[in-house]
Design a protein around this ligand. Sequence first.
Ligand code: GUN
Ligand code: ZN
Length: 430
Amino acid sequence: MTKHLLLGQTLGFSGNPLLGDWADAVDFDSVGGVLIEAGRIVATGDGAALRAAHPDAAVTDYGAALISAGFVDAHMHYPQTGIIASWGKQLIDWLNTYTFPEEARFGDRAYADDVAGRTLDLALAHGTTTLASFCTIHPTSVDAFFEAASARNMAVIAGKTCMDRNAPDDLRDTAQSAYDDSKALLEKWHGRGRASYAITPRFSPTSTPEQLSALGALWAEHPDCLMQTHLSEQLPEIAWVQELFPEARDYLDTYEQFGLLGERGLYGHAIHLTEREISRLSEVGAAVVHCPTSNTFIGSGLFDLMGLAKASVTVGLATDTGGGSSFSMLRTMAAAYEIGQLRGAALHPAQLIWLATEGSAAALKMTGQIGRLGAGAAADITVLDLHSTPAIAQRAARAGDIWDAVFPTIMMGDDRAVRDVWVAGERRVG
Ligand code: GUN
Ligand code: ZN
C-alpha cells in the first residue's frame, strides 16, 4: 500500500477556537507534514521528522502552500446549481419563481446525473470534499447524487426533499409516499461506502402535520440518520409558519411536535430565533447551519454566530447553493466574517477555517472522521495557494504571520486558490 507524505504549512485544530482563546485551539506547523495511508491520515507533525521516519513514502512538497482538512459544506441544494445567482427575489418568491421550476426537472435521471456530477466537480475544484445536500422530491435525484459521489469516493450526506403542500403539483408527494420513498432510499444508501442518508422535510410550510409526523416516525426508527431541514430564515416565512401551525409555540416547535427535533437534527439558517428555541437547540445538542452568502443574497438577516456558540449550540458553515451565491467555502468564510462585523464580532481566520472544517463536521456528527487534519481522519485534504492572484499575492507578501498571510485568501480567494485536493487519500485536483 502506497504511503503519501504531503509537506507544507499545516493547519489543524486541537479544540474549538470559538470558545476561549482561539490560539489555544490551533495546531499550526510552518514546515509540517501529513502522512497518508489507505485513505486515512496516519500522522501529522514536523515535516522533516516524518520524512526521515517514512523514507518509503511518496513525497509531495507543497512548499509554502497551506495544507488544511478539506472543506465541509453542511447545507446545500445540488439541484439548484443551474439557478445560482438568479436575480431579485426574497425567499418565498425566489422558491416559486426560480427553484421549484428547476427542481421539477429532476424526475429526468439523465438531467439529475448531469447536475450531480457537475456540482461535485465544482465543489472539489473549490476545495470542498464533503457536502450535505438536499435533493428533490424525486427518488432518482437521490440515486443520481449518491452515485456521482460514490464515483468520486466522496463522503456525502443527502436525502429526498419531502413536500406535500404549498408546492406545485409536479413537486408534491404525500405523507405516505414521503415515508415509503425516504425509507427505501435510506435502506439503499445509508452507510453504503461513504454515503449517509438524511431524512429531509424541506421546511414546515411545505409539509402537512401528517407528513412531518410520518418523517418523525421514520427518524425514530432510524435514529442513526441525520434529519436536515430549514428554520427561521426570513420574517415573512416565520409569520406564515405561525398561520399554518397556530398551536405551535414557535417555528422549532413545528418540528418538535412531530418528532423532528433531536441531536442529529440539522437546521439551516436559524437566524431569527427566540430564546426558547435557542435553549431547546442547545439542550438537545442539535446543530444549526450558518449560510452567510445566502443570508445576504436572499436578504434574510444577520446570523448570531457568537451568541449561538456561547449558548452552546453547535454551528456548521455552508454555501446553501443556489440560494447562496458561491460554491466557494472561502467566499462563504468571507461572508461569515462580514456578517460578524455587522454584528460587532470580528471572526479570526482560525475561527473561520475551523467552522468550514471541524465545525461543519461536528454539525454533521462526523467529528474525527472528516474535517480534521489529524491521525484517524479520512485523508480528505485541501491545499491552498496563499498567492493565487496578483491582488492576493501583493497583500500576502507583506504578511507578518500565517494569519495575516491566510486572511487575504479567505477574503479574496476562490477556486484559483485551490492548488490541490485529496479525497480518501487520492489526488483529485492539481
Ligand atoms: N427554505 C425552504 N427551501 C429552501 C431553499 O431551497 N433554499 C433556502 N435558502 N431556503 C429554503
Ligand atoms: Zn437550504
